[in-house]
Every structure is written in C-alpha cells, then in structure tokens.
Design a protein around this ligand. Structure first.
Ligand SMILES: O=C(O)CCC(=O)C(=O)O
Ligand SMILES: [Fe+2]
Length: 419
C-alpha cells in the first residue's frame, strides 16, 4: 500500500525493499495542489459552513476557510480563531470531491494511527465542509419525533420485514426464551470477565473518547470475534431467525463478517452515529450491503443504553450533521430475548446507559453483521456448525477497521474466559 514502509522480509530472496514506484513527498505536493483547487472551486457553496475553519495538510502552512459571509473566502490567518480545526490528508479532499470517500468515515478513520488527524472544535463544521465538497451533499435525517408510528417489538415476522423496509429497522420479540437468554448472558459475562482479567478488554471507540470524553478503559465493553470464543456462541449462529431474514434481505450467498457483543454499562458515553456499511467505500447508498442482527440479552430500555436509531435513515442521501450526539434518534427498546434487525444503511449508535452503577445491566447485545458475498475465505452464513467449528482459531476476516487489533487479540482471548 502506498506510503507504508515494507515490513521485515522472512524469505531469503524476497526482499523488495530496494525498489520503489511511489514517491510520497511528490504525491503529497500534487494532492495538496489539487485539494486547494477543489476548495477554491467549491467556495460558492462553502458559505454554508457559517464559520471559520482551519485546514492543515500535513506539514504545510495552515489556511482558513471562512464561511461567515455570503461569499466564503480562503484566508492565511484568522484573527478571532477558527471554530474548528481540520488536519487532513489532501487526498481525502480529492476523494470527497470524487465521491469515493464518505466524510463521516474519512474525517475520523485515521485516528487509530494518528491522533493529530482528529478534527477539533465544532465537529459539525468539519462534517459540513467535507459534505459540501462531495457531488451530492446529504440531507440530515428526520428526527424520530416526526414519525407518527415507529417499529415495536412483535412476533409477527411479516410486520418486522415491513418495518425494516419502511424504517430500516425492526424488532422481533421472543427469539430467545428466558432460559436461552440466560445461557447467552452467562457466556458473555464470563467472556467479558476473562478478557478484563487478562487485561485485553476493548471498551469504547477511541474517536468517541477524543470527542465527547469518557474513559478509554471506560465501562463499556466490546467482545470481538465471538466465533472464537465458545460453543454457545457457535450455537447461536444456528438460530433460525438468521435464515428467516438474511436470505430474504441479502440473497442466498451472504457471509458473516463480524460477530461481536457490546455491553453498554452505566456511566458510558454513547457511540458515534454510523451506518454498518460506512467503512465500505466508495459510499454507495442505493444498495444495502449488509444486515445486522442484535440479540438482546437483557430488557433493553432508553435508560440502560438501547441502540439509538434514526428511523428511515436507510433511504436516500441522508446523514446526520453531528455524529457525536444521539439527539433526534429513538431508542430501539425491547424486552430480553428480542432481536433488533437493521438494514446496514441506517444511522445508529449504542446509546448512553444512565442507570445507576450496579443497577440494571447494560445492553448486552450480541451483534451479527452479515454482508453480501464478497470473498470466499469468509464464512457462509448457512455453513453447518461443524464447518464453523473448524474455522475456530483461523479468525474469520472482519471488515471493520478496529477489528484489526481485536483480531490479533482473539486467539489470546479464547483462553481467557473466566468460569
Ligand atoms: O450495541 C449497540 O447498541 C450497537 C452497536 C453498533 O452499532 C455496532 O457495533 O456497529
Ligand atoms: Fe453499528
């Protein structure tokens, strides 16, 4: 990959470190010039940021896009300080312009590797700026309060399917009996405790902490690659609810890409709003690449961190102006044993758990993300359990950026379950 230094060579004779076809410094120069031209071209619409924004391309001189008057201007300095600072690779500006990179993904995706890339100040200004560079800037989703009806948990599968089509999400009641929910809750609690004990637990998303505060080793806990973490998790993959919804929505050849759990404990901060296909670029909204099934192992309420969704945000060129607030969303509440089923285009996030510490447990939802078939090495949804079991230890491919670290932890975590 361009700009990535070659790693250690393992095989004598296969050392390619003396050869290069790319000249990063030259590319950065060319990209910065193109990015400047793009911003210049877009000035007639950039007044819509309504604020001064500082933009820095790597070690180049910072410049300012001032959108406070009817005509936006590029300035070398900004006396009263910018509302927002953006330190961004110029190639991302080009990719926004060419519709190859979704702003809410592009603006934050490098944070894992480079903390300085996190925009600071009023983030909606940076999002608006990036949106305005794209060929089709999105509309904000409608607030949940503007709908006269919203999906409710039901056993009527056809109704849930209609809800998914209309709103982007639906809730199926009683897919797990109280005993089954208890078995899964026990598995999850043990695994979570084991990972904490081993010091390898993953908590909230680093970008969220940088933006809205909270602790990196805060109360939330993520468990990745559940496929590697016990027969109970494998058994859940045989649940017929998967066969009912996935082929209907994605066709016969879907594969499972992500199998994780999220425990939203009291005192957490909500996750940033995202779609479950936001990492798939270029950003194509006309088709949903996936479907996510979240099993609720507790009664999930607004107060204890229910997943927050923007109803009907799966349709059209729609995206929230601020991804760090859940205002305008609705909590997808349902009793223990229910499943939340979502179109991967819907904007959603883990909600804040405002229960008193030690009170009702959080939102231990077991998540499945399923996508249309893309690569053979991943696991077909319909694979018999024996095949899934054989795959244990091989770490199925996962497509979310942060799973890279989780994947390297997965084999350790498998032994860490505390009983
Ligand atoms: O746990 C939740 O409520 C949702 C988590 C989620 O949206 C995700 O991991 O993609
Ligand atoms: Fe999600």
């Amino acid at each position: 990959m361009a700009g990535v230094a070659p790693g250690k060579t393992y095989t004598p004779g296969l050392d390619f470190s003396g050869v290069t076809y790319t000249w990063p410094a030259k590319k950065a120069e060319l990209d910065a010039d193109s990015a400047h031209r793009i911003i210049q071209e877009k000035l007639p619409v950039l007044d819509q940021i309504n604020a001064p924004l500082a933009v820095t391309f790597g070690d180049r001189q910072t410049f300012f896009v001032d959108g406070r008057s009817d005509e936006a201007r590029i300035l070398d300095s900004c006396d009263d300080g910018p509302d927002c600072r953006l330190n961004i690779k110029p190639e991302y500006i080009i990719q926004f312009y060419e519709d190859k990179l979704e702003p809410r993904f592009g603006l934050f995706k490098d944070y894992f590797f480079n903390e300085a890339s996190m925009p600071s100040g009023r983030i909606p200004v940076a999002i608006k700026f990036a949106d305005l560079l794209t060929p089709h800037p999105p509309m904000p989703p409608k607030p949940a309060s503007s709908f006269s009806r919203l999906p409710e948990a039901t056993e009527d599968i056809d109704q849930v399917k209609r809800d998914i089509e209309e709103f982007g999400h639906g809730l199926v009641k009683n897919v797990l009996s109280p005993e089954q929910a208890a078995i899964m809750r026990k598995a999850l609690t043990e695994q979570a405790a084991g990972e904490r004990k081993a010091g390898i637990e993953l908590t909230v998303c680093a970008q969220t902490v940088a933006q809205v505060g909270g602790e990196l080793d805060g109360p939330n806990q993520r468990l990745w690659t559940l496929i590697n973490k016990g027969n109970d998790f494998l058994d859940l993959l045989s649940h017929p609810i998967i066969d009912e919804f996935i082929p209907w929505f994605l066709g016969e050849h879907a594969i499972i890409t992500t199998y994780t759990a999220n425990i939203a404990r009291p005192g957490n901060v909500s996750m940033q709003l995202h779609t479950d296909q936001v990492a798939i670029q270029p950003p194509i909204r006309d088709i949903s690449f996936g479907m996510n099934i979240l099993f609720y192992l507790e009664d999930v309420t607004e107060k204890n961190g229910a997943t927050r969704v923007y109803p009907r945000s799966h349709l059209g060129q729609v995206a929230p102006e601020d991804i760090f607030t859940v205002e305008g969303t609705v909590p997808a509440e349902a009793p223990a044993g229910a499943a939340l089923v979502i179109d991967s285009r819907i904007w959603h996030a883990t909600g804040p758990n405002r229960e008193a510490a030690g009170g009702a447990a959080g939102d231990p939802a077991v998540l499945h993300s399923l996508v249309r078939a893309a690569a053979g090495e991943q696991l077909p949804v319909a694979a018999p359990k024996r095949r899934l079991a054989q795959a244990v230890g091989t770490a199925p491919s996962e497509c979310w950026a942060s799973t890279r670290r989780a994947r390297s932890l997965a084999s350790t975590a498998r032994f860490a379950r505390a009983r």
